[in-house]
Design a protein around this ligand. Structure first.
Ligand code: HEC
Ligand code: HEC
Ligand code: HEC
Ligand code: HEC
Length: 201
């Protein structure tokens, strides 16, 4: 009887766990890139999906199977870079988030997808929410800044080269936000009117 109680208490603690995790995305669920694609692959809105697909972010998980990855994993004493936290945490979306907060369409193979930067999307992906930034932010949309990028683009990465870029103020860094943002740009075209067409959802 006492043993059962202990297990029950332990389970309650486990269930309560994520509430204390304090992740920026709160309790929102990660739906997967497919949930963004339906609207954001349209040319009219700027085909952000197509732009993302061409970036190395889309291949970030596959990269962990490359020869370079194996070499760095060996150096770090990591047996399998495709499963070890030491590598996977920056090469996928939602690493460490409990399974119940990942939607059916969520795929680790999609690497660093929209929700890695914009936040867990199932609660803001409805059109009437998406078009109102304040409401979208309330529902989990994360506004962009260099801080979002440097959770991964930092000196914990074996690819980090502290001399790679010379910033505007003359200092050297392994990450140049202004330059990097232009390399992954996926703007909404000027004059786009979300009310002009009838999106699904
Ligand atoms: C039902 C269609 C639809 C879906 C699904 C959708 N979006 Fe959007 N999204 C829009 C529309 C419409 C806008 C407004 C574009 C504008 O007017 O500039 C928008 C705007 C945005 C913006 C800009 C917000 C701002 O105010 O800066 C981001 C970022 C974004 N979407 C990301 C996502 C992500 C990530 C997903 C998947 C989790 C997603 N969207 C799913 C339709 C959608
Ligand atoms: C702190 C986050 C982080 C961790 C941890 C991390 N990476 Fe990366 N990795 C990155 C980033 C960011 C890049 C992009 C390279 C850059 O800085 O321009 C990258 C790039 C790479 C590349 C591509 C390099 C190239 O030039 O083609 C490989 C391969 C790689 N990482 C393997 C690994 C392996 C193996 C591990 C674990 C031993 C690991 N990474 C751990 C963030 C990380
Ligand atoms: C979840 C971790 C993560 C976040 C957040 C992230 N990145 Fe990355 N980024 C990576 C990884 C991993 C790679 C390397 C992928 C590969 O080569 O397979 C990469 C590669 C890149 C590259 C290509 C660099 C190269 O030399 O190949 C650019 C540019 C870039 N990121 C810009 C950004 C910007 C700008 C932000 C923030 C708005 C950002 N990233 C946020 C993990 C991340
Ligand atoms: C590596 C981080 C990262 C990923 C991955 C990413 N975005 Fe973005 N996104 C950004 C940043 C940074 C900006 C803001 C750029 C700026 O303000 O110059 C942005 C802006 C946007 C905007 C607003 C553009 C505008 O002109 O107002 C939309 C819409 C958007 N992203 C949708 C998406 C969708 C959909 C995906 C996935 C298919 C995606 N993003 C993947 C970082 C990312």
């Amino acid at each position: 009887m006492h043993r059962m109680m202990t297990i029950a208490v332990a389970m309650m603690w486990l269930l309560a766990g994520p509430a204390f995790a304090g992740s920026p995305a709160g309790e929102h669920k990660y739906g997967g890139v497919k949930k963004c694609r339906s609207c954001h692959k349209k040319e009219s809105i700027g085909n952000q999906y197509g732009s993302w697909e061409k970036t190395s972010h889309a291949k970030a998980f596959k990269t962990l199977s490359s020869d370079q990855a194996k070499e760095w994993a060996d150096e770090a004493g990591v047996a399998d870079p495709t499963t070890d936290e030491a590598c996977v945490k920056c090469h996928v979306t939602a690493y460490g988030v409990p399974a119940e907060r990942l939607g059916m369409k969520f795929k680790i193979e999609n690497g660093v997808q929209c929700e890695a930067c914009h936040g867990a999307g199932t609660d803001y992906r409805k059109k009437k929410i998406m078009i109102d930034r304040d409401v979208a932010v309330e529902k989990g949309l994360v506004l962009q800044s260099a801080d979002v990028c440097t959770t991964c683009h930092n000196d914990e990465s074996p690819a980090w080269d502290p001399e790679k870029y010379t910033l505007a103020d003359g200092t050297k860094s392994g990450f140049d936000y202004d330059k990097a943002v232009t390399e992954i740009a996926h703007p909404v075209p000027e004059g786009y009117d979300p009310m002009a067409e009838d999106e699904a959802d």
